[in-house]
Design a protein around this ligand. Structure first.
Ligand SMILES: C[S@@+](CC[C@H](N)C(=O)[O-])C[C@H]1O[C@@H](n2cnc3c(N)ncnc32)[C@H](O)[C@@H]1O
Length: 346
């Protein structure tokens, strides 16, 4: 493990069996009740602004993750299908280009699409360890256990943490070279400044010979974009309102989720989809744990997610500001989504 402040608590939730037999799974958590403090801090900061906002990572408790998985299967939500197509077409090439012995995945979720990549890397014979990282503990635990039985040659080391705060405390590279993946367009949930900050931290984790695999949704017809976030089955709306359920349970809140409408619009200037919750009426909500009352006017909106859309030029320039250079640019057949393989520039 790398240099870690004394206050950083690592809880081992599951250790590998001492015998040589059985699954090799280890799961650590860096969150403790720090997770709740981050929600509290973000709520205190975001709900007292003139234009209310919350970071999208707080959607993802177990229910939020399950709703996200349902979104991925919706007919309107093309990004997952497009990224899966790219991965199944190019996984072998990515394995050959990277020779990765370790795959570290930030925001892995259930790692549904990652299997194609793991299979290609495992078939190549170099892969030793998979490190799925996510803020949702049950998701990391289930994913790590499932993958370790699907890939018995692999050591799976799940880490429950917030990759915005804990990257420096991740397990040191086990085997080299390392491939770090950030899929699903998750990088688009950050503002341009936040993206460069995160990409710089990622870049600092890469040595010569290591790679980054970055999934980005691409700029396209706003109607296609908006439809993807306004599905007819209302799953995205439920996912959006899940933030209110999360705040109710973790911060002793009394949000009435039914009194907020789901809104998702494409901001053409920023080139991002913005998800918001719009109050149907004038109301005051209390968050008991924070001794905070939050007033909403009728029609007032709270921003809950941005999902930036990219061009190749933007990806290239943001990677460059983080000291990374493009090795390959892959897109699906319709040019909806891109996977970029990058390496340290020097
Ligand atoms: C858009 S989903 C993508 C999931 C998966 N990678 C995929 O491509 O389908 C974002 C994932 O990142 C996780 N996540 C978001 N912010 C995070 C953070 N700051 N630290 C750790 N995990 C985070 C969420 O819990 C969720 O599983």
């Amino acid at each position: 493990m790398t240099g870690e402040p004394r206050s950083m608590q690592r809880r081992t939730i599951r250790s590998p069996p001492s015998s040589a037999e059985g699954q090799c799974v280890r799961i650590d958590s860096l969150l403790e009740d720090d997770e709740q403090r981050s929600l509290a801090r973000d709520a205190l900061e975001g709900l007292r602004r003139p234009r209310k906002q919350m970071p999208s990572k707080h959607f993802y408790d177990s229910r939020g993750s399950a709703l996200f998985d349902q979104i991925c299967e919706l007919p309107e939500y093309y990004p997952t299908r497009a990224e899966r197509e790219i991965l199944s077409t190019h996984a072998v090439e990515i394995a050959k280009l990277t020779h990765a012995a370790e795959l570290v995945e930030l925001g892995a979720g259930t790692a549904a699409k990652t299997r194609a990549l793991l299979r290609a890397l495992d078939d190549q014979g170099a892969l030793r360890r998979y490190v799925p990282i996510d803020v949702t503990s049950a998701v990391v635990e289930d994913c790590a256990v499932a993958l370790s039985s699907e890939f018995p040659r692999l050591t799976v080391h799940g880490v429950i943490c917030d990759f915005e705060r804990h990257l420096r405390h991740l397990p040191a590279s086990g085997s080299k070279p390392r491939l770090l993946a950030l899929l699903g367009g998750t990088i688009g949930n950050f503002t341009p400044a936040g993206r460069v900050r995160l990409l710089r931290e990622i870049s600092a984790m890469l040595a010569p010979g290591d790679h980054l695999l970055l999934g980005t949704d691409l700029v396209k017809d706003p109607c296609v974009l908006e439809a993807a976030y306004n599905d007819s089955a209302g799953v995205t709306a439920e996912f959006n309102r899940n933030l209110l359920h999360v705040m109710n349970s973790a911060l002793d809140g009394n949000f009435d989720p039914a009194s907020f409408d789901h809104v998702a619009v494409f901001d053409e200037q920023e080139e991002w989809i913005e998800m918001r919750l719009r109050s149907k009426r004038k109301q005051t909500v209390s968050l008991g744990a924070l001794e905070l009352s939050v007033h909403f006017e009728e029609g007032e909106e709270m921003r809950t997610e941005i999902s930036a859309k990219f061009t190749r030029r933007r990806v290239e320039s943001e990677l460059e500001s983080a000291g990374l250079a493009i090795v390959r640019w892959f897109t699906d057949g319709e040019g909806m989504f891109a996977l970029t393989l990058a390496r340290p520039a020097t």
